[in-house]
Design a protein around this ligand. Structure first.
Ligand code: ATP
Ligand code: MG
Length: 608
């Protein structure tokens, strides 16, 4: 392919919103252009790499036995109403009406569509297990699209859905998908960290996220570093779900006994001191001796509230809305997912300032568990070990000191609700945990019966009895994966493509495109193409410096420079350089194509 005949609009400048390397480089190299916020066009260069990634994913999906189909992107709103996600998905779901007033959804994911397609076809257990996938456009009305195609509004996802008669079969496909994902990422040069994840709004049990480490990552990963003399284990979890080895909660009687030598509780004036930091300075102590008390609102609470103080409406189950005081050691944060799980609530959120005032009688910053009668108190495990603490005194500008759990207050519920952080101990091996930022590239879920039941998918088992299949779903974002490859493979000069997803494998740069140079460049290009190598020939009438910069920028793995000087003499030569290396070497014109083709084949084989 000749450069002059393809559309590669390289640029020196970058748009001001391009703050990460991949966004800058995809833009500068002419891979993509922005049409609107979160909406990008792939130009020829970008599309070539995109297609290669797509091919890798397709090969690995096919190898699992999953079959590709092509459903529409626009799907009836009706099926989303059936699953309940028409409401539950919120504003990320793009709902549209057609001219007849019918409701439609621009697919953000396709559990509903695949289940609806199967509903009319599935009749017998003999058809199961069945695994289907698509590589297709998705739309999510993200509040804040950013980092280029990393978080766009329209993107391409490979999503697979599998249906099974039993958990064992689902588990097998789930494991196969996990292995296929590891291969996909390895084949495009990405080191991924598979982490146990929370399956959040998707429901079901069992899920794994495939993360790449990234400074701009949206996720916090908790990993194990081990301890002295012992290497870290492979524990890896999303902070939303991470656990840690913690001292079990202390029973009330024991806590009371431990407080025997603690002086009696005492009120102290703390004028205009509100935050824990201010309080630490004021009392010259550290956050670990505080009990932080946060007021939470919880929705659809299924926990047993029959012995809870306060005005929860107990006639209905789940209780639609209830408030709780959550007490936790001052240096820790509440993990809202753990809290929601402890309360068996669909969602928890910090209460509004006005609710705090109404429920505790004091403005935000002065809540505490002592004497709090109107609200159920949930104590984190850590609080049960505190027998000489400082806490808010339910009055403005007043705190208590010498507060002891078991003696001065109790809890309606004791639960582990802390957010794990650096320095906590690994729940598996006891080593030290640390944090890393990461981006999610793929996600595999065991969904169970969530969609198949609500959408009435069924089959007849061996005995002719109607059964509901169990289901899994498996997604990889192609755009984000490609951007992540660039994040992991670039330098100051540009992209450094792994050969598997490079738009071309070799770029030939004639110093001046005429005469013998032109003829030789053309001959080598033809020989390479004959050998199955993808070649971009930079035939532009540009200064050599411009062409070299562009070659580095677009990141082609091998560069051949054809110049008059090296062609003179008995053995005409060209300059051969790998993009990953600084140094070039001379190779004879007659043998270079064969040599290079072998190198390309060997490189490709390394990713297999
Ligand atoms: P995130 O937490 O980043 O929003 P998600 O949990 O919403 O991700 P999934 O629903 O699991 O993502 O989607 C599967 C994959 O689709 C993700 O792993 C990611 O690669 C890709 N993806 C999701 N949202 C976007 C987006 N806005 N832009 C590009 N890719 C996306
Ligand atoms: Mg999302």
């Amino acid at each position: 392919m000749k450069w002059s005949q393809t559309f590669i609009p390289t640029l020196r400048e970058v748009p001001s919103d391009a703050v990460i390397a991949s966004h800058r480089l995809m833009f500068r190299s002419g891979m993509i252009r922005k049409l609107a916020n979160g909406l990008f066009a792939y130009l020829p260069l970008g599309l070539r790499s995109f297609r290669k990634l797509e091919r890798i994913i397709r090969e690995e999906m096919d190898a699992t036995g999953s079959q590709e189909i092509k459903p529409p992107v626009l799907v009836p709103g009706e099926i989303w109403k059936e699953s309940g996600r028409w409401e539950a998905m919120g504003d990320e779901l793009l709902r549209v009406k057609n001219r007849l007033g019918g409701d439609f959804v621009v697919s953000p994911t396709a559990e509903e569509a695949f289940t609806a397609i199967l509903r009319d076809e599935l009749s017998s257990y003999r058809q199961l297990p069945l695994s289907l996938y698509q590589i297709n456009t998705k739309y999510r009305d993200e509040i804040r699209p950013r980092y280029g195609v990393m978080r766009g509004r329209e993107f391409i996802m490979k999503d697979a859905y599998s249906y099974h008669t039993d958990d064992e079969s689902l588990d097998k496909t789930y494991q196969d998908m996990g292995r296929a994902y590891r291969r996909v990422f390895a084949r495009c040069g990405l080191a991924v960290i598979p982490v146990r994840a929370d399956s959040g709004a998707m429901g079901g049990s069992g899920s794994e996220e495939f993360m790449v480490e990234s400074e701009i990552g949206d996720n916090t990963l908790i990993l194990c570093r081990g301890s002295e003399g012992q290497p870290g284990c492979d524990y890896a979890a999303n902070v939303e779900k991470a656990g840690c080895k913690a001292d079990p909660p202390r029973p009330v009687e024991e806590a009371k006994a431990a407080a025997a030598s603690t002086p009696a509780i005492e009120a102290i004036d703390t004028p205009s001191v509100k935050t824990i930091e201010e309080l630490c300075r004021f009392l010259q102590t550290d956050a670990k001796s505080f009990i932080k008390t946060l007021i939470y609102k919880a929705l659809n609470v299924e926990a047993d509230l029959s012995n809870a103080p306060g005005g929860a409406n107990l006639d209905r189950k789940p209780v639609p809305e209830a408030f709780f005081a959550v007490a936790i050691r001052g240096d820790l944060d509440v993990n809202e997912l753990k809290l929601a799980a402890a309360l068996k609530a669909s969602e928890v959120m910090l209460a509004a300032d006005t609710d705090v005032l109404r429920l505790t009688g004091a403005p935000v910053g002065f809540a505490g568990p002592v004497g709090l009668t109107g609200l159920p108190v949930l104590a984190d495990w850590t609080v049960t070990a505190m027998n000489n603490a400082v806490t808010g005194a339910l009055t403005k500008d007043l705190h208590y000191k010498h507060v002891a759990y078991g003696r001065d207050f109790g809890a309606w519920l004791v639960a582990d609700v802390r957010t794990v952080k650096t320095g906590d101990r690994c729940p598996v091996c006891g080593g030290e945990l640390y944090e890393k930022k990461g981006n999610e590239l793929g996600h595999i879920f065991k969904l169970g019966y969530k969609y198949t039941r609500t959408m009435n998918l069924s089959y007849l088992d061996e005995n002719g009895k109607s059964q509901i299949p169990t289901m899994g779903s498996y997604g990889i974002g192609l755009d984000r994966t490609l951007a992540s490859v660039i994040e992991a493979h670039h330098d100051e000069a540009g992209i450094v493509w792994p050969i598997t997803v490079a738009p071309w494998q070799v770029i030939i740069v004639p110093v001046k495109y005429n005469g013998l140079v032109k003829e030789t460049a053309g001959r080598i290009a033809a020989a390479l193409e004959e050998a199955g190598v993808e070649v971009l020939l930079d035939d532009r009438d540009e200064r050599p410096g411009v062409k070299f910069n562009d070659a580095d920028l677009i990141g082609i793995p091998y560069r051949l420079v054809v110049g008059e000087k090296n062609l003179a003499g008995d053995t005409p030569k060209v300059e051969l350089k790998r993009r990953v290396e600084k140094e070039s070497r001379l190779a004879p014109v007659d043998t270079v194509a064969g040599e290079l083709a072998a190198m390309v084949r060997r490189d490709l084989a390394e990713y297999r």
